[in-house]
Design a protein around this ligand. Sequence first.
Ligand code: SF4
Length: 109
Amino acid sequence: MTATERMQKARDARNHNRVSSILDNQIHNKNQLSTLKRVLTAAPRYAGVFRKAYSGKSKMAALKSKCLECSNLQRIEVAECQVGGCPLWQYRPYQHNAAGQTPAARTGE
Ligand code: SF4
């Protein structure tokens, strides 16, 4: 296991512990609880985004969560989403990398 993988595993464990305590104390909606448990199992790194969205305090977290949920928790799928008819499409997260390039620009398409 590489150092990066170990760091990601530690981050995932921290997220899991933090969100687990929140599950017990703050999430009372059954659908939200079910989704959050699925996120914790499949992609714990995104649990914080979902928790923030469910708190009702961040529209950006709500948008990220919706797109991640729609794309089976795959960030690259959100970035390369082709569903231009979706009302969220122009606002979807992960479109640009740090250099401001879109996925198409990065691959030269
Ligand atoms: S923009 Fe794409 S990924 Fe986001 S909700 Fe719409 S269809 Fe799903």
